[in-house]
Design a protein around this ligand. Structure first.
Ligand code: UD1
Length: 417
């Protein structure tokens, strides 16, 4: 077991480079199995979710060659066997093998996916989409068997603009007979990255990034290469740290438009930052103005930044609110912020946060990936020493976080216990 120890209060200066987007990479890796041939994926982040996907790809008898952040996947010898429960529950994104294997083999056997405990996280919209395309879904316990004699195009109107369901239906339909139209599709930028990869393989997809995606099925897909876009959530997390502790902290390798909702809120709070091409320089804001924040689907304020943002709100001069609207249970970090001295009243998924609070270091636990990142932010600004346990959650999605923060002056380390 490992834990993170932070001595708080040190300014951050220097440069942090942002890696590839977790939520793109975890879809691009399964997508590579759709191609007949070798695919190269560049800028893959070094996170444990990546390793969990590698285990599934190898389980399916595909070859992976890794050279730093560049990976090559050869699916020539793919064997479409049941993906074990142990592998399926390691991460949420294991559900992408449903769409991919269904598309290619018209048959897939897999268990219910894992992932952070931030709500019930059903996959009904994915399955409804597959069924509309002609698939039959059988569920025994936690195991799903999905078969189709033929997958045909369909018009699929998503009840909610789910990221996972949008991508999974894209996967299922790329090799299907005819045209699939996804309406009320999720518009997250990662979906454009997935469309670009599939189109480079020979797929015929338009509309990713809008609420209507049209997929004309093709007969086969070939090997190609793609680069993972920068991680806007990792970027956002370090940008928030810059607003709290920056002394000319540079966050580089970002696409600023992808973080527009965050930058707008920071401006509202009075944070000064300078965007220059693909980087931004931040300085600590001494007098933060209070704001109300509500998480929404893209291009609204991202749910994945809600928890880190709540730490910034504890430092505003006045009363702020933070409301989560996407996940049912994305509030697990609040009791720990309270333990550190934050004045927070939680009413369901809406937190009323009164600042400016003086946070004090103590022993706390990461309850999920982004909640864990929020606790790191809190530890960095707190007086004294903060010890964070259950850090596996954090390592799932933030590459080299200890190294990146130490490099810019944070007093942070991992300790084996
Ligand atoms: C993805 C991201 C996650 C982010 C989320 C919302 C990945 C690997 N993860 O998760 O970081 O927080 O988008 O931006 O890309 N829902 C259903 N039925 C379904 C599917 C979803 O009811 O079949 C509900 C969920 O319970 C949740 C909401 O829809 O309340 C959003 O889920 P979704 O967009 O699917 O999230 P993920 O793709 O799992």
């Amino acid at each position: 077991m490992e834990r993170i120890i932070i001595d708080g209060g040190y300014p951050l200066s220097g440069t942090i480079s942002i890696g590839g987007a977790k939520n793109s990479a975890v879809a691009l890796i399964p997508a590579a199995l759709l191609a007949d041939g070798m695919c190269t994926i560049k800028n893959v982040p070094n996170i444990t979710d990546r390793d969990a996907l590698f285990d599934i790809v190898k389980w399916l008898n595909c070859d992976i060659h890794q050279d730093g952040s560049v990976i090559k996947i050869d699916s020539s010898n793919l064997k479409n066997t049941l993906i074990s429960q142990e592998l399926s529950v390691k991460l949420r994104a294991s559900y992408y093998f449903m769409g991919v294997l269904l598309s290619k083999y018209k048959h897939v056997e897999i268990y219910f996916p894992g992932g952070c405990n931030i709500g019930s996280r059903p996959i009904d919209l994915h399955l409804k989409g597959f069924k509309k395309m002609g698939a039959k879904v059988t569920k025994r316990g936690h195991k799903y068997t999905i078969d189709a004699e033929e997958l045909h195009g369909a018009e699929i109107n998503l009840d909610f603009a789910s990221v996972g369901a949008t991508i999974n239906i894209m996967f299922a339909s790329v090799l299907a007979e005819g045209t699939t139209i996804i309406k009320n599709a999720a518009k997250e930028v990662e979906i454009i990255n997935i469309m670009d990869f599939l189109n480079k393989m020979g797929a015929d997809i338009t509309g990713a990034g809008t609420d209507t995606i049209v997929i004309n099925g093709v007969k086969e897909l070939h090997g190609t290469e793609i680069e993972v876009i920068p991680d806007r959530i990792e970027a956002g997390t370090y940008i928030l740290m810059g607003a709290l502790l920056g002394d000319n902290l540079k966050v580089e390798g970002i696409i600023p438009e992808h973080n527009e909702a965050l930058f707008n809120k920071l401006s509202e709070m009075g944070v000064k930052y300078q965007i220059d091409g693909h980087s931004v320089i931040l300085n600590k804001c001494e007098h933060l103005k209070p704001v109300d924040v509500k998480t929404l689907v893209y291009p609204g304020f991202p749910t994945d930044l809600g928890q880190p943002m709540s730490v910034l709100l504890t430092q505003a001069e006045g009363v702020c609110t933070m409301e989560e609207t996407i996940w049912e249970n994305r509030v697990g970090h609040y009791p720990y912020l309270q333990k550190m001295g934050a004045d927070i009243k939680l009413d369901g998924l809406k937190a009323t946060i009164k600042g400016k609070a003086k946070l004090k270091g103590t022993d706390i636990n990461a309850t999920d990936l982004r909640g864990g990142a929020a606790l790191i932010l809190a530890g960095l600004i707190a007086e004294g020493t903060t010890t964070i346990s259950d850090i596996d959650y954090i390592l799932r999605g933030y590459e080299n976080i200890i190294h990146k923060l130490s490099n810019v002056g944070a007093k942070i380390k991992i300790e084996q216990i």
